[in-house]
Design a protein around this ligand. Structure first.
Ligand code: 2BA
Length: 109
């Protein structure tokens, strides 16, 4: 068994959850926050049997789109002043960042 941890954008989360559930996967949704943009994203925990792992990844790939977002990065204005000013930068976020872990035991009591 494997545990798929998928960090996805909030915009994709409901469509992804319904697509996974329609195919019989069990999903747990966590409301999370990205460290860089400091904005909300969604982390899904999906426990799958080994033979279902690739179909699950295919659904994630199909549903999750990459998007461009503007972030503000503080940069130094001038060496001597040491002042900082917000500076907009464009970053491409997603489609999904996926970690796959081998599960030693899955126990329901
Ligand atoms: P955030 O940390 O808010 O990052 C959002 C996007 O900002 C990233 O998209 C990336 O394009 C950019 N970014 C992140 N850190 C950066 C940096 N130090 N310098 C310049 N640009 C940077 P994604 O890579 O698609 O990541 C989307 C979200 O997935 C991240 O949100 C974070 O919540 C999570 N994530 C990505 N890689 C991770 C990792 N190795 N471990 C844990 N969480 C991760």
């Amino acid at each position: 068994m494997k545990l798929i941890i998928a960090i996805v954008q909030d915009e994709d989360a409901s469509h992804l959850i319904s697509s996974l559930m329609n195919e019989g996967f069990s999903v747990t949704k966590l409301a999370t926050t990205g460290g860089f943009l400091k904005s909300g994203n969604t982390t899904l925990l999906i426990g799958v049997e080994n033979d279902k792992y690739e179909p699950c990844l295919k659904i994630i790939e199909k549903v999750c789109k990459s998007r461009k977002q503007i972030a503000t990065s503080p940069v130094t204005m001038g060496g001597a002043t040491g002042m900082y000013a917000p500076y907009p930068i464009e970053v491409t976020v997603g489609g999904a960042n996926v970690f796959v872990l081998n599960v030693e035991d899955f126990i329901k009591v």
